[in-house]
Design a protein around this ligand. Structure first.
Ligand SMILES: [Zn+2]
Length: 80
């Protein structure tokens, strides 16, 4: 059974990598489950922080590298 839609995500993110929302560095997502908000709950995707901020009035997960996180960067609208 082909999973419609998954191929588009795979194309955009073939090796489970993403880019830091702040510096644009390529970072591993290390998510492996369908709920990024839950990943944020757990605090860390290994080298990647899933920080929840606001974009266009809606909550969004901003992948952030450990370097930027440790430097104190937070996405716009970060609530915690
Ligand atoms: Zn960064």
């Amino acid at each position: 059974m082909a999973q419609k839609g998954s191929q588009f995500r795979a194309e955009a993110n073939p090796a489970l990598r993403t880019v830091c929302a702040h510096c644009g560095k390529s970072i591993p997502t290390e998510v492996g489950h369908p709920h990024p908000l839950d990943a944020e709950d757990r605090g860390v995707w290994r080298e990647t922080w899933g920080l929840v901020g606001m974009e266009n009035g809606s909550p969004r997960v901003f992948p952030t590298c450990d370097e930027c996180y440790q430097a104190g960067w937070r996405p716009p609208g970060f609530v915690h």
